[in-house]
Design a protein around this ligand. Structure first.
Ligand SMILES: *[C@@H]1O[C@H](CO)[C@@H](O)[C@H](O)[C@H]1NC(C)=O
Ligand SMILES: *[C@@H]1O[C@H](CO)[C@@H](O)[C@H](O)[C@H]1NC(C)=O
Ligand SMILES: *[C@@H]1O[C@H](CO)[C@@H](O)[C@H](O)[C@H]1NC(C)=O
Ligand SMILES: *[C@@H]1O[C@H](CO)[C@@H](O)[C@H](O)[C@H]1NC(C)=O
Ligand SMILES: *[C@@H]1O[C@H](CO)[C@@H](O)[C@H](O)[C@H]1NC(C)=O
Length: 335
């Protein structure tokens, strides 16, 4: 009897430790192709869809006008910096309950107007509420990091992957692969990596930028207008048919993606070695309901940066380390 009790106690303690290190929240994609997750918050446990934000952000929830006082959250006070009202509430994040502060934007005068998000990005001002920092301060995380991996980016409303907060889920990493820390790009206001400017489409060399961002909010990869034009001329040389509509947001349609090559980007690891990331044609195109494909690449003007759209998380499990302002990367497990 006593040993059973002891066993239960040890088990419960172990379980508490393990589950405290990682909070896993299922990610979904809405019909606007935005990644989001669902949480419950406040005494009323209201359900709300939030975006995982890594740009300039704060925990923010738009006023649900039908529910009195933010689902019975605790009012903290006015936030004159963000022009918002601040609250504190219990949130149900995956299987974990956590107390978080959030802002309710005070209409269009707030810099977070329209945002419904939990913030995992850099904290430039103390008035910005940050989920990683708050979970760490309340002892629910041992590290201010989070990881993202996606199974499939075409299944709207189903679970497409997880936001693993605090620690990696090792079984999301491909056997034989390890998390590699990438060299951070200093002076940026969001998580970034360095590129060695080795950007290729098949055997064609493209003009690349030197700063790389990972997007959690767009399917589209953004390359310089020069790289974009070089890809289109490579298509022509390869006999790949396409329709380019520069006047309609630079959209490119393709009847088939059979002949397409990978786009390969060279990143720089912390030890200065190169870390090559291929984007397959399935990841940089999207099948439309009319049977055509759309190119998921947008040209960027006057910039030295590359932004990888979230389909890259289908082949890579990517970590974001807040205190070190660094990105970690490993091959995603193969389903
Ligand atoms: C919010 O808006 C109201 C009405 O416009 C104003 O009285 C109040 O001072 C504003 N609060 C903040 C924090 O900006
Ligand atoms: C993703 O899901 C869609 C729809 O269920 C399916 O057609 C497609 O093959 C899946 N892709 C991958 C890579 O599993
Ligand atoms: C991803 O796919 C694998 C294999 O099909 C499955 O075991 C896993 O649960 C899926 N994960 C998500 C988040 O859907
Ligand atoms: C860890 O990842 C594996 C593989 O995707 C998944 O089946 C499992 O549910 C994940 N564990 C948690 C706690 O999310
Ligand atoms: C494209 O990249 C994928 C994923 O790394 C790889 O399996 C495939 O062989 C590559 N294709 C070519 C033509 O290099």
């Amino acid at each position: 009897m006593r040993s059973t009790l002891a066993f239960i106690l040890i088990f419960a303690t172990l379980f508490a430790v393990i589950s405290n290190q990682r909070i896993s929240i299922p990610l979904k994609i809405d019909d606007k192709q935005q990644l989001f997750f669902t949480v419950k918050y406040g005494e009323k446990q209201c359900q709300v869809d939030l975006i995982p934000a890594i740009n300039f952000c704060s925990n923010a929830i738009i006023e649900p006008s039908q529910v009195a006082d933010q689902c019975e959250s605790l009012y903290i006070g006015e936030n004159n910096f963000a022009k918002s009202r601040d609250y504190s509430a219990k949130f149900q994040l995956g299987n974990v309950q956590a107390s978080l502060q959030f802002s309710v934007p005070n209409g269009s005068q707030s810099m977070f107007y329209g945002a419904s998000e939990l913030c995992f990005g850099f904290q430039n001002y103390a008035e910005q509420q940050n989920t990683l920092i708050e979970l760490f301060q309340s002892g629910q995380l041992t590290e201010e990091r989070f990881y993202v991996g996606l199974n499939n980016t075409s299944t709207a409303s189903a679970t497409v992957g997880y936001l693993d907060i605090g620690a990696a889920n090792e079984s999301q990493i491909k056997k034989g692969s390890n998390l590699v820390t990438l060299l951070g790009s200093t002076g940026e206001s969001q998580y970034s990596a360095n590129s060695n400017r080795n950007l290729n489409y098949g055997s064609y060399k493209l003009q690349g930028g030197s700063i790389v961002f990972f997007s959690l909010d767009s399917l589209f990869t953004q390359l310089s207008i020069f790289a974009f034009q070089d890809i289109l001329s490579a298509f022509s040389q390869q006999g790949v048919q396409y329709t380019y509509l520069p006047d309609q947001d630079y959209v490119v349609y393709l009847p088939s993606i059979e002949l397409l090559d990978n786009i390969t980007l060279g990143l720089v690891a912390q030890d200065s070695s190169a870390y090559s990331v291929p984007l397959t044609s399935q990841q940089y195109t999207k099948l439309l309901s009319n049977g055509q494909y759309q190119l998921l690449i947008l040209p960027e003007f006057y910039t030295n940066s590359i932004t990888l759209g979230y389909p890259v998380f289908q082949s890579y499990y990517v970590g974001f380390d807040l205190p070190h302002r660094q990105i970690l990367i490993a091959e995603f497990f193969e389903a």
